[in-house]
Design a protein around this ligand. Structure first.
Ligand SMILES: O=C(O)CCC(=O)C(=O)O
Length: 275
């Protein structure tokens, strides 16, 4: 019999987790969240941070300016940064994250959304500061995850700069917990820059209050089973030639676009049968 440090009795089955990714997976299943290394070095992080700041400027200019975006509370968000800089496609395809998605959700996953997010300094209003699920408005429990999100920390997540708060294991309950339970159980998840906070997308979470004088930047990714509609139709937005390799096209949803009519539906099936 294997000797372990943890006393127990009546136990004849135990989960086995030997690598960091195994442990993250086990933790996500149990409590709904884990911090996972992105395996990036300091120069990668600088490149991501520069690309983030550039893309924020660029997209605010493209979509009418910061003031206009502020009217719809979009001034602290970059929608689909990978459309503007290929570095963000690399981020969305991080090997550790895709392995976790594959092992928890299954072989076929698509990217539902990628959003750059800025938690503003000096406790200004932040659009992610209210508790929510990343499959919002949904109240069900599934026996396995249908979606995971991976929040890439461009800056360190600290208690002072508004690191994410989670209610552990709330992905296992249909209802939002009582205020008393949220206050009692909520946990601030701190993480180093360069890591991902991976959540079961049904876990209740929110951004904390940033009490420092610097922004806290992150890039959120939502990965789902292909049955779920993307937030923005990525194949249409990116165009037919954005990616040629099968893995990228599959991840971005090129293989699961809704046929526009019956002829297109038949055409898709015919293209898959051998002659
Ligand atoms: O800012 C955070 O820590 C949380 C972000 C968040 O809740 C989201 O993007 O859905």
């Amino acid at each position: 019999m294997t000797k372990t440090g943890i006393a127990r009795y009546g136990v004849h089955t135990q989960a086995q987790s030997s690598t960091a990714l195994d442990r993250a997976l086990e933790q996500i299943k149990l409590v709904g969240f884990a911090v996972v290394s992105g395996d990036y070095d300091a120069s990668d992080l600088r490149r991501f941070a520069d690309a983030f700041d550039r893309t924020l400027q660029l997209t605010q200019g493209m979509y009418g300016g910061r003031d206009k975006l502020k009217r719809i509370d979009e001034h602290n968000t970059i929608r689909v940064p990978l459309a503007h800089d290929p570095l963000f496609l690399k981020l969305a395809m991080n090997a550790n994250i895709l392995e976790i998605c594959g092992r928890l959700i299954g072989d076929y996953i698509i990217l539902n959304q990628q959003n750059g997010i800025v938690n503003p300094p000096n406790a200004q209003h932040y659009n992610q500061a209210a508790y929510h699920r990343d499959l919002p408005y949904q109240h069900f429990v599934s026996s396995r995850p249908l979606a995971l999100n991976a929040l890439f920390c461009l800056d360190p997540f600290t208690a002072e700069n508004g690191a994410t708060l989670v209610v552990p294991a709330s992905h296992k309950e249909e209802a939002f917990p009582s205020d008393f339970m949220v206050e009692t159980l909520q946990k601030t998840v701190t993480a180093e820059a360069g890591s991902f906070l991976v959540l079961d997308a049904m876990l209740f979470h929110c951004g904390g209050v940033n009490q420092t004088s610097n922004v806290r930047r992150a890039v959120n990714h939502l990965y789902t089973i292909p049955l779920m509609r993307q937030q923005i139709d990525l194949p249409s937005m990116l165009g037919p030639d954005y990616a040629t390799d099968k893995q990228t096209r599959r991840l971005l949803g090129y293989e699961v676009q809704t046929p526009r009519d019956v002829s297109a539906f038949y055409g898709g099936r015919l293209s898959r049968v051998s002659t």
